[in-house]
Ligand binder design. Structure first.
Ligand SMILES: Cc1ncc(COP(=O)(O)O)c(C=O)c1O
Length: 368
């Protein structure tokens, strides 16, 4: 279900035009109920340890289904930062192959984690966010290639398939940060890269504190993280302190106590996305983005980049002021890098798009 058919499940739409899924997906009745289920269980039974482990495995299966991966290749994480730090802790940056190639469109956490590896011998190379620039930078010295899927700052969709091919030709590992697209644009974990990370805050319609990392089949055998914890053990119930025995599956990246409340919410949020299906969401989103682009063209607005997914970034003369003006019109949007960010999802309608366009016409002086 999309548009009017599902909108009633997201109370924010009673009084607002919500076009800010790039910051956080809207709260649904299902996610609220999932939190209540967690709290009720806590009240009634205390620590429902076994049920929590079961929920954690349910989240793993839900993420795996969404990405076309096997559950054994998916790690449950608390953030993309934790996932990428765990992954990178399994890589060596000694010797010839010590380079990390990242694009100018990466989320700050990717750049900061990459540069932190300079302390371990890595060299970080920044490139323009296009395959040709990646191709010029990737060679036999490249250990890791990082590409976002949809840029959080321009809305551009990266050609991850082509970038992955280049990485493979040179024997480099490829990491895709799918946070800004997964849930609204189909992403096949196996084809997009060796490792795909993302989380539930945005198009997966849940809240902060739950992320995932999907590994290409077989890759887990090559990676031994030194950022670890008891949930990464071959048997979490062994409770031993004598050795390090990472789990044979991607659970070796799981680390500490799972983020239980967020897992309840995450399973519910991903469930809403899967019930509709990402291809159907993508088609709906595409129609709305086309309508928005036509209206922006009429307004003479400039885009940060041609959008390839649910996020449209519009140049502004004063983006924070524009966000404030829109908030006064009951339109929830956000800004980054002098751009207004308008993002649409399964619950948005043509009326939302028209309301945004009408408001931008009223505040035309703030549109560059
Ligand atoms: C592309 C992208 N990556 C990562 C993140 C968040 O990373 P973390 O889960 O570490 O907070 C965001 C959130 O805004 C994002 O847009």
């Amino acid at each position: 279900m999309v548009g009017e058919a599902i909108r009633g499940r997201f109370p924010v739409f009673r009084d607002k035009v919500y076009v800010n899924s790039c910051s956080q997906g809207a709260l649904s009745d299902a996610v609220r109920a999932a939190y209540e289920e967690y709290l009720d269980g806590w009240d009634e039974n205390g620590a429902e340890w076994e049920h929590w482990v079961e929920r954690s495995e349910a989240a793993r299966v839900a993420f795996a289904d969404l990405l076309g991966a096997a559950p054994d290749d998916v790690a449950i994480q608390t953030s993309v930062s934790a996932a990428v730090s765990g992954l990178i802790s399994a890589l060596q940056f000694r010797g010839e192959r010590n380079r990390i190639v990242i694009s100018e469109n990466e989320f700050p956490t990717i750049g900061q984690i990459a540069h932190a590896q300079e302390l371990r011998g890595a060299e970080v190379v920044h490139v323009d966010p296009v395959p040709e620039a990646y191709a010029a930078a990737i060679d036999e010295r490249t250990a890791l290639v990082c590409s976002t899927f949809v840029s959080y700052r321009t809305g551009a969709l990266h050609d991850v398939d082509s970038i992955y091919e280049i990485a493979q030709e040179h024997g480099a590992l490829m990491l895709v940060d799918g946070y800004q697209g997964i849930g609204a644009v189909p992403l096949d974990a196996g084809k997009a890269g060796d490792v795909v990370v993302g989380g539930t805050v945005k198009y997966l319609l849940a809240s902060a504190g739950l992320s995932f990392m999907a590994l290409r089949p077989g890759l887990v055998d090559e990676l031994v993280p030194v950022q670890t914890g008891w949930f990464a053990d071959e048997n979490v119930f062994d409770m031993q302190i004598e050795r390090y025995r990472p789990h044979r599956s991607a659970r070796r990246f799981d680390a500490g106590t799972p983020p239980v409340p967020n897992i309840y919410a995450g399973v519910a949020g991903v469930g809403l996305v899967s019930d509709t299906g990402v291809p159907a969401i993508q088609a709906h989103v595409r129609g709305l983005v086309e309508r928005l682009l036509a209206g922006l063209d009429d307004l003479g607005a400039t885009l940060a980049a041609p959008p390839g997914g649910p996020l449209v970034c519009i140049r502004s003369t004063d983006a924070p002021a524009l966000v404030t003006e829109l908030a006064g019109d009951d339109i929830v949007a956000s800004e980054r890098d002098s751009n207004l960010r308008v993002s649409v999802h399964l619950y948005n309608t043509e009326e939302d798009v028209d309301a945004v366009l009408a408001a931008l016409a009223r505040h035309r002086r703030l549109v560059a």
